[in-house]
Design a protein around this ligand. Structure first.
Ligand SMILES: *[C@@H]1O[C@H](CO)[C@@H](O)[C@H](O)[C@H]1NC(C)=O
Ligand SMILES: *[C@@H]1O[C@H](CO)[C@@H](O)[C@H](O)[C@H]1NC(C)=O
Ligand SMILES: *[C@@H]1O[C@H](CO)[C@@H](O)[C@H](O)[C@H]1NC(C)=O
Ligand SMILES: *[C@@H]1O[C@H](CO)[C@@H](O)[C@H](O)[C@H]1NC(C)=O
Ligand SMILES: *[C@@H]1O[C@H](CO)[C@@H](O)[C@H](O)[C@H]1NC(C)=O
Ligand SMILES: *[C@@H]1O[C@H](CO)[C@@H](O)[C@H](O)[C@H]1NC(C)=O
Ligand SMILES: *[C@@H]1O[C@H](CO)[C@@H](O)[C@H](O)[C@H]1NC(C)=O
Length: 410
């Protein structure tokens, strides 16, 4: 009988000035995911119930979140590669491949609309390990072509949700689905896929953002004229409010598309989205589901973990440009002088999330997720909230902010 002690060692040279939540590297991550993925069930977890302790609810594969469990298992494999000394000995890669296999039928028929990008995540991870894996190449190309078929050249965007013409709906979340177009474009040399992603990102910069850099959730276009017909919300508090998860997708989506293209305008958009998010972050560091929802309003920890990853990517890109000094002077409207860059804020948000929502007895890692407040679906664990929690832990190691956690038997 022993308990594990996790000691985190911050590298002295790193700019992260705050502590990290120990639970970012908790052994419960391994034990919970081992239990969740032990047997392939043909169904995928999306969010938890309200039992005490909360249990996953399982869904058929043909849903937008089915890629997140296999993608999480790839992240746990990545953690073993980053920290071989601390390996938990579980064959995460076999499990990741097993759970990915259940998504293959969705390559030819699915009902997830633009969310084929999210379904592609585990296959994109496989290609990082094994760039010639034929099954993964086929999946990525199939999902990319699906998304490309949703492109309307008059509107200049891929269609997010299906509504009857001439209505054409685009949601801010769609920014995260564009990545599959870049990956497939690289695999096949088909530049049309790249150009579709760039067109979508350009239109969204113009039409989804308010002057203060907050975002609308949904923009309706006319599919025949390309004109914007309305700007509304679906999952937020009000048509004019800022749904926090949407803002998180904007930060991460534009940081990623800058990473893919190197186009300065996307870096600017990501910075603007990030600054708005940080300027509205409450002292508690946990995120209400909508920045404008009147208190008391439930949190959304998935927004927090998505934003943290977006901020970590943005910080990495800023540093790789050697622009840190310029960033501090000009670009980052820092609410606090104690924090130096976007990564500091990312880790602070993770700490706030841990304080609120680390839930040892739940099947999920985190509580206080809000799937869809207007639909009455909140106060749950969420599979993508947990995925981005684990991914943030890996990013902090990979970017050199933190050494591998020392797992010691006392
Ligand atoms: C996944 O694992 C299950 C057993 O849990 C097995 O029946 C199934 O064949 C595996 N699928 C693949 C594609 O490996
Ligand atoms: C490139 O992708 C587009 C969008 O899927 C497709 O219409 C086109 O046929 C592809 N071009 C080639 C040369 O495969
Ligand atoms: C947003 O505006 C539409 C009309 O454009 C309206 O039907 C809807 O109820 C509004 N939503 C909210 C949350 O106010
Ligand atoms: C919604 O936002 C638009 C654009 O900022 C503004 O013109 C309009 O007055 C706002 N409506 C409400 C009800 O706040
Ligand atoms: C919005 O973001 C852009 C790009 O970073 C920036 O130039 C602009 O000043 C921001 N607007 C506000 C009101 O902060
Ligand atoms: C967090 O979740 C707990 C229940 O799991 C709930 O009691 C609490 O009110 C929630 N807090 C917020 C801010 O969402
Ligand atoms: C940034 O600000 C510092 C202190 O105000 C100044 O010394 C430095 O020259 C500035 N750097 C740039 C690139 O503007």
């Amino acid at each position: 009988m022993f308990s594990w002690i996790v000691a985190l060692t911050l590298l002295v040279s790193a700019s992260v000035v705050l502590g990290l939540p120990e639970n970012l590297y908790s052994p419960l991550i391994s034990s919970k995911l081992a239990a969740t993925s032990a047997t392939y069930l043909g169904k995928y977890p999306q969010y938890t119930d309200h039992a005490s302790p909360a249990q996953w609810i399982w869904f058929n594969p043909d849903g937008w979140t089915s890629g997140f469990l296999p993608a999480t298992l790839y992240e746990l494999h990545t953690r073993q590669s980053l920290c071989p000394e601390q390996s938990d000995g579980i064959d995460w890669l076999s499990r990741a491949r097993n759970w990915s296999a259940g998504l293959v039928p969705l390559e030819t028929a699915n009902h997830v609309g633009h969310d084929v990008g999210f379904l592609s995540f585990p296959f994109v991870e496989e290609l990082k390990l094994n760039p010639t894996n034929a099954g993964a190449i086929q999946a990525v190309n199939a999902f990319a072509n699906d998304l490309a078929r949703r492109f309307n050249p008059v509107v200049g965007c891929t269609r997010s949700w299906d509504s009857p013409d001439p209505d054409f709906e685009v949601i801010i979340d769609n920014m995260m689905n564009l990545d599959v177009l870049f990956v497939s474009s690289q695999l096949t040399g088909n530049t049309t896929l790249h150009d579709i992603a760039v067109s979508h990102a350009d239109k969204t910069r113009i039409n989804h953002f308010r002057p203060d850099n907050s975002t609308y959730h949904v923009v309706h276009y006319n599919s025949v004229t390309g004109a914007v017909t309305s700007r509304v919300t679906a999952q937020g508090y009000a048509n004019n409010s800022t749904w926090t998860r949407g803002q998180s997708w904007a930060i991460y989506g534009y940081a990623n598309i800058y990473h893919r293209t190197g186009f300065q305008r996307y870096l600017d958009t990501a910075r603007g989205a990030a600054n708005l998010y940080l300027s509205r972050l409450p002292a508690s560091q946990f995120l209400r589901w909508d920045f404008d929802a009147p208190a008391p309003a439930p949190a959304d920890t998935s927004s927090a973990t998505i934003a943290s990853n977006g901020l970590l990517l943005l910080s990495q890109l800023e540093r790789s440009l050697g622009m840190k000094e310029r960033l501090q002077n000009n670009s980052l409207c820092l609410p606090s002088r104690d924090l130096h860059d976007f990564a500091d804020y990312g880790t602070q948000i993770l700490q706030g999330t841990a304080n609120l929502a680390w839930s040892p007895t739940w099947q999920s890692l985190l509580s206080n997720g809000t799937v869809n407040k207007p639909a009455g679906n909140y106060l749950t664990g969420i599979v993508y909230g947990d995925y981005y929690w684990i991914k943030a832990g890996n990013e902090l190691i990979r970017q050199g902010y933190v050494a591998c956690p020392q797992l010691k038997k006392p």
